[in-house]
Design a protein around this ligand. Sequence first.
Ligand SMILES: Nc1ncnc2c1ncn2[C@@H]1O[C@H](COP(=O)(O)OP(=O)(O)OP(=O)(O)O)[C@@H](O)[C@H]1O
Length: 266
Amino acid sequence: MTEPLLSLRNITKRFGGLVAVNNVSCEINRGEVVGLLGDNGAGKSTLIKCISGVYHADEGEMFFQGKHAHFAHPIDARRHGVETIYQDLALANNLDVGANIFLGREVKKRHFGGLIKTLDDQQMPRESRRTLESLQIHFPTLTEPIENLSGGQRQAVAIARAVYWDAKLMIMDEPTNNLGVPEQQKVLELIRRLREHGVPVILITHTLPDAFAVTDRLIVMHRGRKVAEKATAETNTEELVQYMVGARDDTSEDVRNPQREIALPQ
Ligand SMILES: Nc1ncnc2c1ncn2[C@@H]1O[C@H](COP(=O)(O)OP(=O)(O)OP(=O)(O)O)[C@@H](O)[C@H]1O
């Protein structure tokens, strides 16, 4: 069996007396989309911020690509290929699509035909276009400022940026929030394409139909704890809601699950 891309072992994060993430362990494998579900305050954002270097776990360990990992800050995580797309996307509204794909990165030296060249004004749009095309994202022009694009198109730019910079793991926090239905579908399609590119995705969502549409596996959190981990094909909305509201818990002795009742000997 191949080694997981990411392993979390017993991650705990506290804010004062509040345990926002409580002893969570999980693994993310290459090429899979994993949904992270849970009600408001369940600890989903805190958990991904522990992965992406925003927070440092108080307890527990993280392994990335087989090595012990400790990302000092989000830029450090990005350098290792952990890309997080938050709801605000961190795009520069006044800059165009191409400039946003290169935003905040040092100009990178790449090998072309054996020569080392630096990306210049001509290469940047060309590289941007190539990345967008590889994801089947079509913009009439790359010179459109981001502020003129729709929410779904902005998500597409953020995803293209991550792919260009060679993301090994993509974390997306509610990417379909505030989008119209056709745009939601396009973002879900892009998540599928990321999987085809071999990039695993952790998808935080409140929208169960989205989770069923694109994920391979689901992790449910409740009050900081991981209460369930399921293959998407082996669960259903009703069951997931029970985990999300705390009526069911695979990790507790107090499992209120009728299917688990043990038949006593007659
Ligand atoms: N910086 C912080 N300082 C103090 N408490 C925090 C902080 N961030 C989160 N919390 C608390 O930690 C708990 C988990 O919050 P978190 O945002 O991780 O949940 P969530 O599952 O992402 O919820 P939502 O879906 O509403 O974003 C909540 O009780 C929240 O109030």
